[in-house]
Design a protein around this ligand. Structure first.
Ligand SMILES: Cc1ncc(COP(=O)(O)O)c(C=O)c1O
Length: 382
């Protein structure tokens, strides 16, 4: 079946007792067992280890990514942590994309180090640098593409081949493009991470995460991490995310179309000194964007002439764009990564990753693009 059918029906069956078309919110901590001998006969014991509403969402995201099992978590960070803590041991080494979500960088540098896991941050858009960074004890290659916030792309097939040849796992944070536009498992990756908070929910209503595994053994380890760390997604969040995911394709199409128009407007504006959007032919990795994904996504960055101060003035002046941390929602959002999402990185780390002080990040929403552009145009004229 096609994606737009699966996004609605995968993982979901009408409730067998009532016929309710929506999976019920199984808001129950425990599940009564028939007998000690038949323990878990219905599949559930305690909601930290598994819950029927969460299972429905796990089956849906697993189907959309083409995996062999998935686990849903309380946030995107909990999903990332499940991968890092679930697949690494003391003494292991990890190669990360140099541009990753700030929270991923924070966990690697401020927490994993305390458990004896060493991380290096490498420009994964250049496979030769990754090859050089691999050590005998490198067990994981962790990429994010397009990366938050610079939108730098990583060639997923090249990274998967490198990881495989080295006997390491390749985990991909696919939050920005979602399985509608990009499916890393088809490009050889082992694990796909999502902040479901973003496009999968899409309505600014939840915090959640998921990891989809390439093998059943990896999926079992991910399920184990939910129970061991107590980081499973809540039933209500799973229910809301199930509903959000049903319109994923339509939102991704429209938001990306809006993003292209916004990026083109910015690229032509005399006060804008730089624009990044993988769907612009001027984007340095435009060919890679076209070859490994079926769409460009709805994230855009730009810099206003005059740098940081001019950027701040613009963020104050916009009316329709909300100044907020988050992305992938129906509402258009504007973010200043240096003071918001990536503030825990040192200035040197940010400079290395290309996150300049004046960089303004846009998450283009589902509003009429005419209004979005008109608002930006007015703010640029202030
Ligand atoms: C690419 C990416 N991965 C992971 C996360 C973390 O997700 P959450 O905020 O749901 O914990 C974010 C959050 O912004 C993100 O942008």
């Amino acid at each position: 079946m096609k994606f737009r059918t699966r996004q609605i029906h995968a993982g979901v069956v009408p409730d067998p007792t009532t016929g309710a078309i929506l999976t019920p919110i199984h808001q129950s901590t425990t599940f009564v067992q028939d007998s000690v001998e038949d323990y878990m006969a219905k599949g559930y014991s305690y909601s930290r280890a598994g819950n029927p509403t969460v299972t429905a969402f796990e089956e849906k995201i697993n189907d959309l990514e083409g995996g062999n099992g998935a686990a849903a978590y309380a946030s995107g960070m909990a999903a990332t942590v499940a991968v890092l803590m679930g697949f690494l041991n003391h003494g292991d080494h990890v190669v990360f994309s140099d541009v990753v979500y700030g929270g991923t960088h924070r966990f690697a540098t401020k927490v994993m180090t305390r458990f004896g896991v060493e991380s290096v941050f490498v420009d994964t858009s250049r496979p030769e640098l990754v090859e050089k960074a691999l050590r005998p004890h490198t067990k994981l290659l962790f990429t994010e593409t397009p990366a938050n916030p610079t939108l730098k792309l990583t060639d997923l097939r090249a990274m998967s081949d490198l990881a495989q040849a080295h006997g390491a796992l390749h985990a991909v944070d696919n939050t920005f493009l979602t399985p509608y536009f990009q499916r890393p498992l088809e490009l050889g990756a082992d694990l796909v991470i999502h902040s479901t908070t973003k496009y999968l929910d899409g309505h600014n209503a939840t915090l959640g995460g998921a990891v989809v595994a390439g093998t059943a053994e990896q999926a079992a380890q991910l399920k184990f991490m939910q129970k061991a760390a107590g980081s499973i997604m809540s039933p209500f969040v799973a229910w809301l995310t199930l509903q959000g995911t049903k319109t994923l394709a339509q939102r991704m199409e429209q938001q990306s179309a809006n993003a292209l128009e916004v990026a083109q407007f910015l690229a032509a504006h005399p006060r804008v000194s730089a624009v990044g959007y993988p769907g612009l032919e001027s984007f340095s990795q435009y060919d890679l964007a076209k070859s490994q994904a079926s769409g460009f996504g709805a994230m855009v960055w730009f810099e206003v002439e005059g740098g940081l101060e001019a950027g701040k003035d613009l963020m104050r002046a916009v009316k329709l764009w909300s100044l907020a941390e988050n992305l992938g929602q129906v509402e258009s959002l504007i973010t200043h990564p240096v003071t918001m999402t990536h503030s825990d990185m040192t200035p040197a780390e940010r400079a290395k990753a290309g996150i300049t002080d004046g960089l303004v990040r846009l998450s283009v929403g589902l509003e009429d693009v005419f209004d979005l552009i008109e608002d930006l145009a007015a703010a640029l004229d202030v």
